[in-house]
Design a protein around this ligand. Structure first.
Ligand code: ZN
Length: 136
């Protein structure tokens, strides 16, 4: 099982890492490490031929799965479809979901869980361009 490490922390940020994704194992939740208040982010990986050992649903939170490596199948209730590196899958509340790796290489993915319907202003509606010295 890979571990989460908090690498940097300031008044307005927290930087955590699960390390290199090549070789990442298991499932790791990041909310506690980053102290996120709007969503739960987790990294997960499935070896070739494996699926999550259970179906689950959420009452209030939708989930967005982002496939980083590998290929597989995704099941939502009785519907099944193919997913692969680059896929983004939104799963609404109150439905069962599972994911299976069908590629020879492991499937690595990120899951972002957030309260369904909670996003208001976003991107350019919420963002402001600010003048600041670039220290990078
Ligand atoms: Zn979930």
């Amino acid at each position: 099982m890979s571990e989460v490490k908090v690498l940097d922390k300031g008044e307005k940020f927290s930087h955590a890492s699960v390390g290199p994704l090549h070789g990442f194992e298991g499932k790791q939740f990041l909310k506690d490490a980053t102290e996120a208040t709007s969503c739960e982010i987790s990294f997960g990986t499935l070896p070739s031929g494996a699926s999550v050992p259970f179906f689950h649903s959420h009452k209030e939170n939708e989930e967005n799965y982002i496939i980083l490596t590998g290929k597989g199948k995704f099941q939502i209730n009785d519907e099944v479809f193919d997913v692969a590196e680059g896929s983004v899958i939104r799963v609404a509340t109150n439905c069962d979901r599972n994911i299976k790796c069908t590629s020879a290489e492991p499937m690595t993915y990120i899951c972002i869980q957030a309260k369904e319907g909670s996003i208001g202003g976003y991107t350019m509606t919420d963002a402001e361009i600010n003048e600041r010295e670039n220290l990078l």
